[in-house]
Design a protein around this ligand. Structure first.
Ligand SMILES: Cc1cc2nc3c(=O)[nH]c(=O)nc-3n(C[C@H](O)[C@H](O)[C@H](O)COP(=O)(O)OP(=O)(O)OC[C@H]3O[C@@H](n4cnc5c(N)ncnc54)[C@H](O)[C@@H]3O)c2cc1C
Length: 299
């Protein structure tokens, strides 16, 4: 069994205190949130921080704030909370659905939304759902704050635009506009405790009850160095009336937008094929959701 290397441990009670530690230790400290990635990587010797800083005592980081015009999710909110929140199931169903597919109950109880984003795995489940929502992340360091759209946050596998002294404090996302549906479809070798072979998050917004598509977002997971928009498929859908033929052609274009590789979980050709199938399914489910919302609203 692999043993953890020695490290200092801090549990600051305020964000200011945490930011001071990161500023002083200049790259030698790392946040520990749920620890489901960090501890594994420390045991494997991939990372060896001199100091590990827990955020668990910083209360505001564990809160979902629904009082503003946008929804703010603290970075320390767990994946279980995302998956089981009645509010999020209604307001941001794509996020709740993606959260419910992540790992197992044990992992979901520990893993946090912030950790799933910062770890920047090309197959991480929450970023695609947040990207179709148009989410941004708030990054804070001592005396500084910036907000970065998630679309521009990832730079490659395991890498992001974050500086060593920055903490991801919250995720900010607009709610879902009228006549909008979303979905997250994940292909796995087994039904649980499995990283995606391919996954697709979708969102379509219609221009009225039967109107053409005025906004389309498709984010592909595990088929590029980071989660990516299927840009040509998204463009193709704009202004069109939804139909099975339309979604079939969009799915074909999404296959061209993917750049999968062969790895232990699947071959590149198989993955590309699955992008087509999952994209069509995710678009159809998003359309069903638009219609379901309208029917519920009309009652
Ligand atoms: C058995 C198993 C199954 C899994 N299955 C899945 C799966 O199906 N889908 C999936 O997406 N992932 C899966 N994972 C990966 C993992 O659970 C997630 O990536 C998890 O969300 C990481 O969150 P955490 O809170 O545990 O982060 P940690 O492990 O605590 O941290 C991860 C990294 O992010 C940094 N970090 C964390 N929070 C912050 C913050 N607020 N600010 C700055 N830096 C921060 C840490 O310093 C560290 O570098 C699995 C892991 C295991 C062990």
């Amino acid at each position: 069994m692999l043993l953890l290397p020695k490290f200092d441990y801090e549990e600051p009670k305020s964000l200011q205190e945490a930011l001071r530690i990161f500023s002083e230790l200049k790259g030698k400290a790392k946040v520990i949130a749920g620890g489901t990635d960090l501890i594994v990587n420390m045991k494997k010797g991939i990372v060896a921080p001199a100091c590990v800083v827990s955020l668990r005592r910083i209360g505001p980081l564990s809160v979902v704030d629904t009082k503003k015009t946008v929804i703010e999710i603290g970075s320390h909110v767990t994946v279980s909370e995302l998956a089981s929140s009645g509010f999020l199931a209604a307001a941001l169903p794509v996020l709740a659905k993606a959260a419910a597919t992540l790992g197992s109950p044990l992992i979901r109880n520990r893993a946090t939304i912030g950790g799933n984003i910062v770890t920047a795995r090309p197959a991480a489940d929450l970023p695609p759902a947040l990207m179709v929502l148009g989410a941004k992340v708030e990054l804070k360091s001592k005396g500084k704050k910036r907000t970065v759209p998630l679309d521009g946050f990832f730079t490659g596998p395991g890498s992001t635009v974050m500086d060593d002294d920055e903490v991801l404090t919250k995720i900010v996302t607009p709610g879902i506009p009228p006549f909008t549906g979303t979905d997250y479809v994940k292909l796995m070798h087994r039904a649980t405790l499995e990283i995606a072979i391919v996954a697709v998050a979708s969102r379509i917004t219609l221009d009225g009850p039967a109107g053409p598509i005025k906004d389309a977002r498709i984010v592909l997971n595990a088929v590029a160095p980071k989660a990516v928009h299927a840009v040509s498929a998204e463009r193709f859908l704009l202004g069109e009336r939804p139909s099975e033929e339309l979604f079939t052609e969009a799915a074909r274009r999404a296959m061209d937008d993917a750049s999968p590789i062969d790895d232990i979980r699947g071959g590149a050709a198989y993955r590309r094929e699955m992008v087509g199938i999952l994209t069509k399914r995710a678009l159809s489910k998003a359309l069903d959701e638009v219609r379901g919302r309208e029917t519920r609203g009309a009652r």
